[in-house]
Design a protein around this ligand. Structure first.
Ligand code: FEO
Length: 167
């Protein structure tokens, strides 16, 4: 049985993952309107992965005798300035997600909930990869700058980048 404080914290994390999915969906939609086909596919997939992160938490909370609450979604931005703006937003967002996951882990240790602590290790590992991926992509975009040919190749090559999924 989950203690209430842990259940509350996991429910907050469910909301964070759901809103991550929503945020990346908005980025995907913007990229699609600009004709960046590779970035669009990457971001739709990333959005789906975030929904899976949310579902994994929902299933865990309910399995442990808690009640997972399906969260309200925030309206994400509609417009982004450029691809660098998208991926800077993505990196900043993932850094925030990592902070939230660390807070859940801290709480597990405080309450000696080693089962949830163990469950959360999947998320800890996932965040290392997601932040690294966002940094790598951003570095590439910084090198490319405004070069149209470079952006064309970036949009093609991003289809070969694997989004982390520790399943
Ligand atoms: Fe589920 Fe990208 O953190």
């Amino acid at each position: 049985m989950l203690i209430k404080a842990i259940e509350k914290s996991l429910n907050e994390q469910i909301s964070v993952e759901a809103n991550s999915s929503q945020f990346y969906l908005a980025m995907a939609s913007w990229a699609e309107t600009k004709g960046f086909d590779g970035v669009t596919s990457f971001l739709y997939k990333h959005s789906d992965e975030e929904r899976e992160h949310m579902l994994k938490l929902i299933r865990y909370v309910n399995e442990r005798g808690g009640h997972a609450v399906v969260p309200e979604l925030k309206k994400p931005p509609k417009v982004f300035d450029c691809l660098s703006h998208i991926f800077q937003n993505l990196l900043d967002h993932e850094i925030m997600v990592t902070k939230k996951i660390n807070e859940v882990v801290d709480l597990c240790l405080k309450h000696k909930d080693y089962t949830t602590h163990n469950f959360m290790q999947w998320y800890v590992a996932e965040q290392i990869e997601e932040e690294a991926l966002a940094r790598t992509i951003l570095d590439k975009l910084k090198l490319i700058g405004d070069d149209k040919g470079g952006l064309y190749l970036f949009d093609r090559d991003i289809l070969n980048i694997k989004i982390p999924n520790n399943n």
